[in-house]
Each structure stands twice: as structure tokens, then as C-alpha cells.
Design a protein. Structure first.
Length: 386
């Protein structure tokens, strides 16, 4: 595939203690394809990325609350599975480390990790279940090294390094250092994480938001439920410079999209060969509508730094899988992409590319592991300690 790797690409994702991801460190490529059986942890990986984005948006505590709270998302197995691997029996053991959920990402630009835990219980508050940010770190490069650290937070204390470490204020237990106004680099990183896009609920059912006309404004990236498809499509046509018509022809030969606006309400119409009139989104087949949404998501004029798709192949006929693979590989020149898929065809087409990482997940005693990743193949990662 032409083109060097993306500038500032993330190369490593690490998750510890989150759902079935007891301790995973994986390499990220320009495209990362994630496959595996039902329940192997693919969506958990997608959700872990979404939590990182929530850190950038200052919403990590509320995002965890929406998932049922920290206690529900913490790894539910024993601290170590070493004994269970020997005996084949999983038994609770006395914990040696504090309860903690850690997620981090590193690469060619800034790296970031967050370590969440349970607060000291107090009779004076009703919020004893809120997660507490115990630790955060920001560094330059793929792995946290003391010499590359730029900012760190331990409980409420923020310190930054410009030559020497200096205190940079205090933070509330739920507030990420990324929200700190003290350091411009942290704000840039927050914006970058907040701009990651996630598509795992591109609904195409009869009542799907994308099937209804909508009041539209310029839309720089498609909403995660695809509701603003018509406005997003038109924005790409007017501002994006992407050859949407050619890309559409690649998948649905001879079809043409028109976006109409009346009184501020946008509707998307699809002209297809053999039809006497264009069809409204309400009338399109599930696969056709989904493909249009994927096209709009992958060609957003504001290319996000990272875009994650969870099972984009849903309701697509085999014929559309090849164009979809081309679409993803083409978009990966602008955006780093993580694709979770159950389609062997899509996985194989993507994985044929040199710059694509393929992670095949398996569940072993309830724990997600990456097939073929022995200790030696595990990318370097450093969590540091509380
Ligand atoms: N707190 C937890 N601790 C340990 N394991 C958990 C926890 N919460 C969920 N799981 C496990 O995670 C699994 C679900 O993982 P996930 O949703 O990522 O699967 P998936 O690979 O996306 O599967 P599918 O292909 O069916 O969508 C469940 O089978 C469950 O065993
Ligand atoms: Mg899933």
C-alpha cells in the first residue's frame, strides 16, 4: 500500500483489569483487525478504546457509570491465573495488589495511561461507588520511561516536567489531568483523544435514525448512530474533496446519491439503475444504508486521529466486503483504524496488507489473550506503580 505510516500513529494499546482484558498489551497498526469467537473480548477492546476517548472528553467516570460502574467492569476473575493454569481450577486468592483498572496507549506522539481504583469509603458521601483516578501519566513515545515522562498525577497532585519537575496544581479525584489548563500539551492530547470516533451502533432497522429526514448543519464527522447521514454526505461533497461518487460506484455500480434540503431539513436520496424514481433512506435495504453510512464515516472531512468500527460488515452482502476493505485501507492513509470483525473475508483482505496488524483473540479461563502472542512477542509496555 502506498504511503508511509501515519504521523503520530499509536503503536501500542495496553489494558489491565478491564472486563475480560485481565492483562493485554497489543500492537496497533495503521489498520488493526480484531477477530475472535463470540465472547472472546473484541468488543471489550473497542470499549477500552472508548474509555480512553472519554478521558479526553473529561467523562471517564460517567462513561464507567453507564457501563454499570467500576465494580461491574473490573476483571471478575482471580488476580492471577497461574495456579488455575496448573490445576485447571479457578479459586479466589488473597489480593496482593490494589484493585485497579488501567488503560494506556503509546506511539510516535504522546503516550497516556490512566489507573482507576476504588475510593476510600466515607459515610459523608453517597458517591462511594464513583471510580477514583489514582494515577495518570503522559510521556513521549511508545513506552513510559522515566526520562520520557512529561506529566504525572498521583491522586490529587499534578506535576509537570519542563527541565525539572514542578507542581502544577491539584485535581479532583474524578478529574483527569487532561482537563488541566496548566499545560497546553495536555490540552492538545485531550483534544486528540476526544476526537477519536467509534461506530458500533450504525443502526439500519426500520426505526433507525438514519432513515428519517433531519434538520442539518455542516457535519464534519458522522454521528455514532448515523442520524445525520444526509448532512454528513453533503458536507463531504461540499468540503471534503473525496470522490464520493467514484467510491459509491465501486460498491454499487451506477448508483448516485442526491442530498436535498428544504426548510433546513436534509434528506438523502439514492438513484439506482432500473428505478424510475430515487429511493429515500427509509426505503433502502439494510446493507445499502449501512454502506452509505460507512462511506460517510470513513470520508469525514475532519479525519479523526483514530476510528474504531465494531462489526461494520453487519447486513452487508459478500459483494460489498471487497469495496469495504478498499474503503478502510484508503481511509487508513488519513486515520488510524481499528476494525472488529466476524467476517473472515474482510479480515483476510485487510490482513493481506503489510501495515495491518491482525489480533486474533481467544478466551482462556475467562481471560482474553492474543493468539500466537508469547511473552517475547508482547510489545514493550510499562505501567509504573501507584
Ligand atoms: N467484569 C468482567 N470480568 C471478566 N470478564 C468479563 C467481565 N465482563 C464481561 N466479561 C466477559 O467478556 C465477554 C464479552 O466480551 P465481548 O463483548 O468483548 O465479546 P466479543 O468478542 O465482542 O463477542 P461477540 O462476537 O459475541 O460480540 C463475556 O463473555 C464475559 O465473559
Ligand atoms: Mg462484540
Amino acid at each position: 500500500m502506498p504511503g508511509a505510516s501515519l504521523e503520530g500513529m499509536y503503536t501500542t494499546l495496553a489494558v489491565k483489569g478491564y472486563r475480560s482484558l485481565r492483562d493485554v498489551v497489543c500492537r496497533l497498526g495503521r489498520v488493526t483487525v480484531v477477530t475472535g469467537g463470540n465472547g472472546s473480548g473484541k468488543s471489550n477492546l473497542h470499549k477500552a478504546l472508548r474509555l480512553l476517548a472519554a478521558c479526553g472528553q473529561g467523562r471517564v467516570a460517567s462513561s464507567l457509570a453507564l457501563e454499570g460502574g467500576l465494580s461491574s467492569v473490573l476483571w471478575a476473575g482471580p488476580e492471577s491465573l497461574r495456579g488455575a493454569r496448573r490445576t485447571g481450577r479457578v479459586e479466589g486468592t488473597v489480593r496482593s495488589a490494589p484493585i485497579s483498572l488501567q488503560i494506556g496507549v503509546g506511539g510516535q506522539g504522546l503516550g497516556y495511561l490512566i489507573d482507576l481504583g476504588i475510593p476510600q469509603q466515607s459515610a459523608h458521601t453517597c458517591f462511594n461507588r464513583d471510580p477514583e483516578i489514582k494515577r495518570e501519566a503522559v510521556w513521549l513515545g511508545p513506552v513510559l520511561r522515566p526520562s520520557a515522562l512529561m506529566a504525572r498525577r498521583r491522586r490529587g497532585t499534578l506535576e509537570v516536567r519542563d527541565g525539572q519537575w514542578r507542581p502544577a496544581g491539584t485535581l479532583a479525584t474524578h478529574a483527569s489531568l487532561l482537563g488541566s489548563r496548566a499545560v497546553p500539551e495536555l490540552r492538545d492530547l485531550a483534544e486528540e483523544l476526544a476526537a477519536w470516533r467509534f461506530y458500533d451502533a450504525l443502526r439500519v432497522d426500520r426505526d433507525a435514525p438514519a432513515r428519517r429526514p433531519q434538520v442539518g448543519t455542516r457535519t464534519w464527522s458522522l454521528a455514532d448512530d448515523g442520524a445525520d447521514l444526509a448532512a454528513a454526505w453533503r458536507t463531504i461533497e461540499e468540503h471534503g474533496g473525496s470522490p464520493l461518487q467514484t467510491l459509491l460506484d465501486d460498491a454499487l455500480p451506477g448508483s448516485r446519491v442526491h442530498v436535498e434540503e428544504q426548510g433546513g431539513v436534509f434528506r438523502l436520496l439514492l438513484e439506482q439503475p432500473g428505478m424510475l424514481r430515487p429511493l429515500e433512506t427509509a426505503e433502502l435495504s439494510d446493507g445499502t444504508l449501512r454502506y452509505l453510512m460507512l462511506l460517510a464515516a470513513l470520508h469525514a472531512p475532519d479525519a479523526p486521529p483514530l476510528l474504531a468500527l465494531n462489526e461494520p460488515e453487519g447486513s452487508l452482502h459478500e459483494q460489498l466486503i471487497e469495496p469495504l476493505a478498499r474503503l478502510i485501507l484508503d481511509a487508513s492513509r488519513r486515520t488510524q483504524i481499528v476494525v472488529v470483525t466476524h467476517s473472515p473475508q474482510l479480515a483476510a483482505l485487510l490482513a493481506a496488507d503489510d501495515e495491518v496488524e491482525h489480533l486474533h483473540l481467544v478466551k482462556d479461563l475467562g481471560e482474553t489473550t492474543i493468539e500466537g502472542q508469547g511473552l517475547l512477542a508482547r510489545p514493550a509496555w510499562e505501567w509504573g506503580s501507584r
